[in-house]
Design a protein around this ligand. Structure first.
Ligand code: GTP
Ligand code: MG
Length: 195
């Protein structure tokens, strides 16, 4: 699945701009700056097919990427603090929530959590929304390279504890570093098994 070509399909700013729901897709959600776009680049082996930056609020549209012309990877705008005008942020938050609760072809939402910070209140809000919409989700820990083993263990315990309260959550976490490549092959295999 990941050996073939990956192409950028379109950036979507409203629900009626979504491509037809005629093929399976997975999406990447998470707080602004958690590493969603960077993870898509790592998964596809492309340096910058998804645009990443150090400024929270970089991705402002729902960006569709096609794998092997048959499945979609969906890069979402972040939630939480973003360095962008408030009306714009509010508009993409509405779109994000509508997408997460109303996309028939969405097989799984990956909710990215920074390994330094663990699950925050805004993450729980999104997890509650996914529970209500019955969208299965799985947590992907990002930036594992920035955290030592002891701290990692402490944060992973916190995340597992939080997930236990969410019926739509897969209990299994995926620990990744897009920087070092850790966990990327695992996540590719999970996605290949879903779509
Ligand atoms: P928004 O589009 O603003 O919501 O952010 P995003 O979640 O798409 O984050 P993005 O991929 O733009 O990455 C944010 C910053 O984190 C960039 O400076 C990345 O280089 C950095 N980053 C992402 N993943 C990793 C990682 O695994 N390790 C390290 N060290 N840095 C990372
Ligand atoms: Mg982004």
């Amino acid at each position: 699945l990941f050996a073939g070509e990956v192409t950028f399909v379109k950036g979507v700013v409203a629900m009626d701009g979504l491509p037809p729901a005629d093929r399976a897709e997975v999406c990447f959600a998470g707080r602004s700056n958690v590493g969603k776009s960077t993870l898509i680049n790592a998964l596809t082996g492309r340096k910058a097919i998804a645009r990443a930056s150090n400024t929270p609020g970089r991705t402002q549209e729902i960006n569709y990427f096609a794998l092997a012309d048959s499945h979609y990877l969906v890069d979402l705008p972040g939630y939480g603090y973003a360095n962008a005008p408030l009306p714009k942020v509010e508009q993409w938050q509405r779109l994000l929530k509508a997408y997460l609760s109303g996309r028939a072809s969405l097989r799984r939402a990956f909710v990215l959590v920074d390994t330094r910070h663990g699950v925050k209140a805004v993450d729980e809000e999104i997890m509650n929304l996914l529970d209500r919409a019955a969208v299965p989700f799985q947590v992907v820990m990002t930036k594992a390279d920035k955290v030592g083993a002891a701290e990692q263990g402490r944060i992973l315990d916190q995340v597992r504890g939080k997930l236990a309260a969410h019926p739509a959550a897969y209990p299994e976490l995926v620990l990744t570093s897009s920087e070092k490549g850790d966990g990327i092959a695992t996540l590719r295999a999970i996605i290949a098994g879903l779509v």
